[in-house]
Design a binder for this molecule. Sequence first.
Ligand SMILES: O=C(CO)[C@H](O)[C@H](O)COP(=O)(O)O
Length: 230
Amino acid sequence: MDGLKRQAAARALEHVQDGMKLGLGTGSTAKHFVELLGERVAGGMKVIGVPTSEATRAQAEACKIPLTTLDEVDRLDLTVDGADELDPALNLIKGGGGALLREKIVAAASDRMIVIADDTKWVDVLGRFPLPVEVIPFGLAATQRAMAAAFAQSGVSGQMGLRKGKDGHVFVTDGGHWIVDAHLGRIADAPRLAGQLSLIPGVVEHGLFIGLASTAVLAGAQGIRVVERR
Ligand SMILES: O=C(CO)[C@H](O)[C@H](O)COP(=O)(O)O
């Protein structure tokens, strides 16, 4: 599986040109991309990156990729990031690695987003992967009740769980927030649910990326498949 992730990352690298401003994704697939990009930079390619997490920042710095922020640059040319699930409309579930807030800010500030993944992430309908929802710790129960109402209005239901880290403590995002993972099974109308969740005051951001990805690079046993958003 790691080999497939690397193949997808390598294919996405072909879209990177000298002088580009890049969003750098988070997760095990994006990690391959950052590593391969670092090799190009060492070879003389000039790019500048905005990392989507502290983990990616540390990796990019170690690879000597010049970094900037969205305060210093206006738009990015391209973001390359992984995903937990993607559907034929190239809507995504992201946030399995907990970086969904910065990932969405960076993707929204980019002219293009290429999603890189092994082909097990491709689904007909989103929702098998638990939907990460980043929340403010204050008023958690009220926020979860509002989320349950949003689920009902969007025709979905399921268990919610507060994400814990490997140490058993509540997982805290780079932004100091918590994550509720919602096990919904099948999200028939992801754009509708995305809109409903965005209305909840205690929800900082959710892991549904609607209309943000322009291209998917999927690596599988049969080779690489590139899907463009229609
Ligand atoms: O959204 C993400 C992190 O917040 C990741 O892109 C997503 O979890 C996929 O990770 P991986 O490439 O390790 O499977």
